[in-house]
Design a protein around this ligand. Structure first.
Ligand SMILES: NC(=O)C1=CN([C@@H]2O[C@H](COP(=O)(O)OP(=O)(O)OC[C@H]3O[C@@H](n4cnc5c(N)ncnc54)[C@H](OP(=O)(O)O)[C@@H]3O)[C@@H](O)[C@H]2O)C=CC1
Ligand SMILES: CC(=O)N[C@@H](CCC(=O)OP(=O)(O)O)C(=O)O
Length: 311
């Protein structure tokens, strides 16, 4: 079946990437002409005249768009952070647990995960589910993202003014908008400390989380943690767990290796002498962290529509 999609915000970083990713797929894609792309009446009409609306907007505009949808048949994928922990919204991380693909497939409202939370939740949730990571563990999460995380205007300004600083740490008020989302979906009872940074490159995230074995469950070990993650993602097409590196031989991680794809790599590094473990994730902030995830969710939702139309 030819589902009619409307991308609201199609000229931004996520929207443009999404258009590219949908180019060869069997969806009817609707966007507004440049002069109408911010016109409330045109957006409202388009939002109510599609099967699935994909919002690639700043949070305020995404909230406005959702409020305008009166047609009960319209389903929504929101790439913004407006609804990440809102009641009635399904979290668009199919790898969250075994039931999540089905929940996404049947949802009316899907909130795409944040780029950083995709990595943090993928690393942490299997460990809290398995009881290896206590839910009140005092976590600190560090990440470096390409500067495209600033959105199109921010990225263009950087490129027009001679490039980004080599590294800029931010979120130092420790209230980054992703903290509630990470806490909720990683199964934590305490908010983690989250310290993001922008690098001088355009695209790609590397995120790390340090753990002390003495603060984990008694049966936790690097091998057990690695096995837990490997088991969880064994059947995943997109999430791959790298082999446990021999001590002294852990390879470096390049944040850009998955750019242009929907892949995410997870790894476990350890020092047996100190009892320290480092969880690492690499993904494309615009891929599995945004537009790639939207396509993944769209395919699940479209699959459910196709099944419904055959019965
Ligand atoms: N960049 C990233 O790494 C990621 C971003 N996201 C999320 O996706 C969303 C979009 O991000 P991103 O693509 O980076 O942002 P951009 O700023 O690149 O794109 C947003 C687009 O929405 C347009 N827009 C703004 N206000 C309105 C409005 N009222 N009506 C219609 N269009 C409007 C903007 O136009 P104009 O520029 O002219 O104002 C722009 O084209 C954000 O909420 C962000 O949190 C999610 C994961 C990763
Ligand atoms: C502009 C902005 O807020 N950028 C975010 C990174 C992109 C992002 O967080 O987007 P998602 O929440 O949708 O993943 C930041 O600076 O931390």
């Amino acid at each position: 079946m030819d589902l009619q999609l409307f991308i609201d915000g199609d000229q931004g970083t996520t929207g443009l990437d999404l258009r590219n990713r949908l180019r060869d797929r069997a969806f009817q894609l609707r966007t507004l002409p440049a002069e109408l792309r911010k016109d409330p009446a045109a957006r409202r009409a388009a939002l109510n005249d599609c099967d699935i609306a994909i919002l690639c907007l700043p949070d305020a505009a995404a909230r406005e768009a959702v409020a305008w949808i009166e047609n009960p048949a319209v389903r929504v994928i929101d790439a913004s952070s407006a609804h990440r922990t809102s009641p009635g919204w399904i979290y668009g991380l199919p790898e969250l647990d075994a039931g999540q693909p089905q929940r996404i497939a049947q949802a009316q409202r899907v909130t795409n995960p944040g780029c950083y939370p995709t990595a943090a939740v993928a690393l942490l949730r299997p460990l809290t589910d398995a009881g290896l990571l206590p839910p009140d563990y005092p976590l600190a999460i560090h990440a470096v993202s390409g500067y495209s995380g600033k959105g199109r205007a921010g990225a263009e300004e950087i490129e027009a003014t001679g490039g980004a600083p080599s590294l800029q740490v931010y979120g130092l008020d420790l209230q980054h908008k992703h903290v509630p989302e990470i806490q909720a979906y990683a199964g934590l009872t305490a908010p983690p400390i989250f310290v993001p940074a922008y690098g001088s490159y355009r695209q790609g995230i590397v995120l790390t989380i340090a753990l002390h074995l003495r603060l984990l469950a008694a049966d936790a070990s690097p091998a057990r943690i690695h096995e837990c993650l490997s088991e969880r993602y064994r059947a995943s097409e997109d999430v791959h767990v790298l082999p446990l590196a021999a001590e002294g031989a852990a390879p470096g991680l390049d944040p850009q290796i998955h750019n242009g794809t929907n892949a995410m790599s997870l790894s476990v590094a350890a020092n047996a002498r100190t009892g320290q473990v480092l969880l690492c994730a690499v993904l494309d902030n615009l891929g599995k962290g945004a537009a790639g995830a939207a396509v993944q969710n769209l395919e699940l939702m479209a699959g459910a529509e196709a099944t419904a139309s055959q019965t």
